[in-house]
Ligand binder design. Structure first.
Ligand code: KG4
Length: 345
């Protein structure tokens, strides 16, 4: 599965699974542009409002694609294929990207490629920049995929050959960050705020429930409840408890989530005898998780691969790169393809 010629293959990637409208142009695995338009409209609601998200995607998609192609320095006619996020995600949001990609492919007479958003998060590890050659993981490797909607340990056998060996049975790690942050009165999404506050706090000050789930699976709903009940009890005696202990609460919560994630990852590495370890998804931006990964890598002689922060969040660069590998295999979608909301790995 190789492109033997040096001829460029330009893939236009489209991502619209949640509240970011993104378009990117890649030449094979090299990123030429990656434009992301966020949606501030959700901030006042403390979470993403699906109806508002799809409306904002409709407004953003044409200018975002236009800028992505211009920034890549190519003409529309040079694009070889268009790849789009088919799912999982919000159906209304996915529909905007899917319809746009279909129309673009049809008008340009080029192949249409459907991409699984979760696979794409893992494939972000193969993104290259024009003047920087990044080291990429060797197969087989294990990838800890941690985002707002998923927490999974994935065994990656080849570019598009992936098997989920462990996953959350309830909430995702990102959800645990965001929901606990909401209880503390922090803005949405709360993960980055917890991360920032944690840097100044004492991580051993408070202790929250750690789940005991068999095998390589995760659970975060118990932690969320334990955090909620703990705060409710403390607030009864001191209404300013959260304000006075913000940093210690954030640091203790972050330490707990990171420990839970790392325990199962270490176990998976031992059981499957794999020392090529990677991380992907929005929560992989977390500084506590990155430090824990680096420490374990040193201790256990892992080869560790951490994507650039820009490619950990939802972005179309990862969709374009995944699309390129599907393009090499000739895996194209028909005009009758429809989005899916839930995980289909
Ligand atoms: O991958 P992503 O952008 O979207 C999904 O596909 O879900 O992940 C978003 C999640 C949110 O839950 C957000 O709070 C979390 O990633 N996140 C973080 C950090 N940056 C983003 N969580 C903890 N620490 C961070 N620095």
């Amino acid at each position: 599965m190789r492109n033997h010629s040096d001829k460029p293959v330009y893939i236009l990637g489209i991502e619209s699974s949640c509240d970011d409208t993104s378009a990117s142009v890649a030449d094979r695995t090299t990123m030429l542009s990656n434009i992301v338009a966020g949606q501030s409209v959700h901030a006042r609601y403390g979470g993403v409002v699906p109806e508002l998200a799809s409306r904002a995607h409709q407004q953003n998609i044409i200018p975002v694609v236009d800028v992505a192609i211009k920034e890549a320095g190519i003409s529309r006619k040079e694009i070889s294929a268009v790849a789009f996020t088919r799912g999982p995600g919000l159906l209304g949001s996915l529909l905007v990207g899917t319809s746009f990609a279909k129309g673009f492919a049809l008008a340009a007479g080029i192949p249409l490629i459907e991409v699984n958003h979760l696979q794409a998060h893992v494939m972000a590890l193969f993104i290259q920049e024009k003047n920087i050659q990044r080291p990429v993981p060797r197969f087989p490797f294990l990838c800890l995929l941690v985002s707002g909607g998923n927490s999974q340990i994935i065994l990656v056998r080849d570019y598009l050959e992936m098997e989920v060996v462990g996953q959350t049975i309830d909430d995702a790690a990102g959800e645990a960050f965001d929901k606990c942050a909401k209880v503390m009165g922090l803005p949405y999404p709360g993960g980055p705020f917890i991360d920032k506050l944690a840097a100044e706090g004492d991580a051993d000050r408070f202790r929250f429930a750690r789940p005991s789930i068999p095998g390589l699976d995760y659970s975060f709903s118990g932690l969320k409840t334990s955090f909620l009940y703990f705060l409710r009890d403390e607030l009864k005696g001191n209404p300013d408890f959260i304000e006075q202990n913000k940093a210690d609460l954030a640091a203790s919560l972050q330490k707990t989530i990171v420990e839970v994630l790392m325990n199962k990852l270490v176990r998976a590495s031992k059981e499957l005898k794999i020392k090529e370890i990677a991380v992907a998804g929005g929560v992989s931006a977390n500084s506590g998780l990155r430090t824990a990964l680096r420490n374990e890598a040193e201790k256990r002689r892992w080869n560790l691969y951490v994507p650039d922060i820009a490619y950990t969040m939802d972005n179309a660069a990862m969709i374009a790169v995944t699309g390129y590998f599907k393009y090499l295999r000739g895996e194209f979608a028909g005009q009758d393809v429809v989005p899916f909301a839930r995980t289909q790995f």
